[in-house]
Every structure is written in C-alpha cells, then in structure tokens.
Design a protein. Structure first.
Length: 199
C-alpha cells in the first residue's frame, strides 16, 4: 500500500549529482502532518499533540526542535505531487529520511521497508534542488522513540526519538540505505517498471 500513485514518474533516470554532505534533517514549514485532530502544518505542532505513526498508532510529540534557514543559503529537495504518495508538491531537507518499501529487493538485508534520504530522489521523477527563497523554518518533531509519520497525504517521514534527536544518521529500528544505494535502487525500479517504482 506504499506510495501507489506514480503517474508522474519518468521512464528515464538521470545521473545523480556529485555527492555532497547532507544538511541536517527536519520538516520544512508548510508540510502537512496527520494528527488526531486532522492535518496540521508542521510549524503549528505543539508538545503533547498526538500524531499518526506508520504502525497505525497515535504517538505524542514530546519535544520540537526548531531552526531557520537563511534565504538562498540552503538547497531543498523539491518533490512533485504524486511521486511518493504526496498529495501536493513538498520541499524536503536533503538529509530527511523517507520510508519506502523494499520487500522485493533481495540485497537489502531482507528488510521489508527502509529509510532513504530525500536527496536520493534528485534527478528522478522530476525531483530537483531549489534554494530557499525566504527565511524558512525547519521543525523536528521528537517522540519518545523514533517514529515514521504520515505527511502531505501519503508521504512517510522519519522523526527521531528522544535519545537520537541530535544523531539522525545512527542505526535505529529501521534499515537505512545510503544516498548512493537508495539512488541505485530507485533507478533500477524505474528501468524495470516506470509506473511501479514504489509497488
């Protein structure tokens, strides 16, 4: 049931840009998060709010880390609507982890799902980098344990637990793929079946 609407995917994958250090993670202001009260912009979340998690349960926001990006100083990943189940275009930090299914990938340690950095999508399905135009807030919802939350319709975004809030690249419950490995996997899926990258 992951990211089923892929009508905007392109059949030809483009080369991944030269690897650069990924900026810190976080959810860009304007990103819609599914809460017990409905869809809420991430910047409007408050401590104590209950958010729908990947496993179907409601999880309490125990802290919110906030930061601001200066205009033109940081490049964000622009993900077009429908590419990964997102109902509309969304901006992502390049290092923000997204959950994808990989049950049919024999060389991913038998994992059913895995986390990939948003930057792995650059050059695929019209995904590109764009500089911040104005001061942009970035919010990191923190939970008691790491969680994957529903965002922008059907997008699945990883958020840290209390013990990992400043160490986003550390190993956790979910398998993590490097930017290069994730990009290769996505390119392979595009070549095999351009309309079913996430199926």
């Amino acid at each position: 049931m992951f990211m089923q609407d892929l009508t905007r995917l392109i059949a030809r994958a483009t080369p991944m840009p030269v690897a650069r250090a990924l900026p810190r993670c976080g959810l860009v202001s304007g990103t819609l998060i599914e809460t017990a009260q409905g869809w809420v912009r991430v910047e409007e979340l408050r401590r104590g709010d209950l958010v729908h998690s990947f496993d179907g349960g409601l999880r309490e926001v125990v802290a919110l880390d906030r930061d601001w990006l200066a205009p033109g100083k940081v490049e964000l990943v622009h993900l077009a609507g429908g590419v990964m189940g997102n109902c509309a275009d969304v901006a992502l930090m390049p290092g923000q982890a997204l959950l994808i299914d990989c049950w049919d990938e024999p060389d991913v340690d038998g994992a059913v799902v895995a986390l990939v950095p948003a930057a792995a999508m650059i050059g695929l399905s019209g995904t590109s980098l764009a500089q911040t135009r104005g001061a942009t807030e970035v919010v990191i919802p923190v939970f008691a344990e790491e969680e994957v939350v529903h965002a922008q319709g059907g997008l699945l975004l990883h958020c840290p637990g209390v013990g990992s809030r400043t160490r986003h690249s550390e190993a956790g419950f979910f398998t993590r793929l490097s930017r290069e490995r994730a990009h290769q996997l996505l390119c392979k899926r595009l070549q095999q079946s351009p309309s079913l990258v996430w199926a």
